[in-house]
Design a protein around this ligand. Structure first.
Ligand code: DX5
Ligand code: ZN
Length: 222
């Protein structure tokens, strides 16, 4: 069976207790911590920057998977890498020099990822498939947690899996948005291996049990 990674998003955490929340996620069996950076320009919402990444880094040994929903993402690469980001994922819609930007992320010692909005074609990453450590297929329009999974994403995820395999890419295939115990099985069957979950984990009375449930939904449907 292929690896299943659960990456809870701290976007749905209680920000007044952020350090404790991330320590709780680690205890609860999370594989990665997903950090949603929003600039109020690429997406309507605003979240956090390097200072928060640094704070999270001090509270967990887990990989920090930083999702940059920002225009001109390259302006933040150095600071985020220094703050302790493990990987940085940028949106192709605002990355006209993708090849150079991905190379820079790797130069800084981080994994390099590219994200696609629901309406963005997979062809936008065709030329960089071999330069990617991670491909993120958004299954909601980015900007907010707690939205519903867009069903049409399943076909796109399956096509993304085929393209990565055809390119002999070992990149992670991540899906973000509306992942919960009802949606994760079909996303896993479509070929994804890494699942961001914000609302599902943080609204659960027992986040640890919820993470285990999400993982088991993949395993049981093998
Ligand atoms: C959406 C963010 C997601 C979000 C997912 O803009 O990129 O990471 O937190 O949240 P849920 O799991 O609640 O859809
Ligand atoms: Zn995200």
């Amino acid at each position: 069976m292929s690896t299943v990674r659960i990456a809870p998003s701290v976007l749905s955490a209680d920000f007044a207790r952020l350090g404790d929340e991330v320590a709780m996620l680690e205890q609860a069996g999370a594989d990665w911590i997903h950090v949603d950076v929003m600039d109020g320009r690429f997406v309507p919402n605003l979240t956090f920057g390097a200072k928060v990444i640094e704070t999270l880094r001090r509270r967990t040994a887990l990989p920090l998977d930083v999702h940059l929903m920002v225009v001109e993402p390259e302006r933040y690469f150095d600071d985020f890498a220094a703050a302790g980001a493990t990987g940085m994922t940028i949106h192709v819609e605002v990355a006209p020099h993708l090849n150079r930007q991905l190379a820079r992320i790797r130069e800084l010692g981080c994994s390099a990822g590219v994200a696609l909005n629901p309406s963005t074609s997979l062809s936008a990453v065709e030329e960089v498939l071999r330069d990617l450590d991670l491909l993120l297929v958004m299954s909601v329009n980015p900007g907010f947690g707690g939205q519903s999974f867009i069903e049409g994403s399943l076909d796109k995820i399956a096509r993304a899996r085929q393209r990565l395999d055809a390119a002999r890419s070992g990149a992670t295939l991540q899906v973000d948005g509306g992942i919960n115990r009802d949606t994760i099985g079909s996303v896993w069957r479509a070929g994804a291996d890494t699942f961001v979950a914000g609302h599902a984990v943080f609204s659960a009375s027992d986040p640890s049990a919820e993470i285990a449930m999400l993982r088991s939904r993949c395993a049981h449907e093998a």
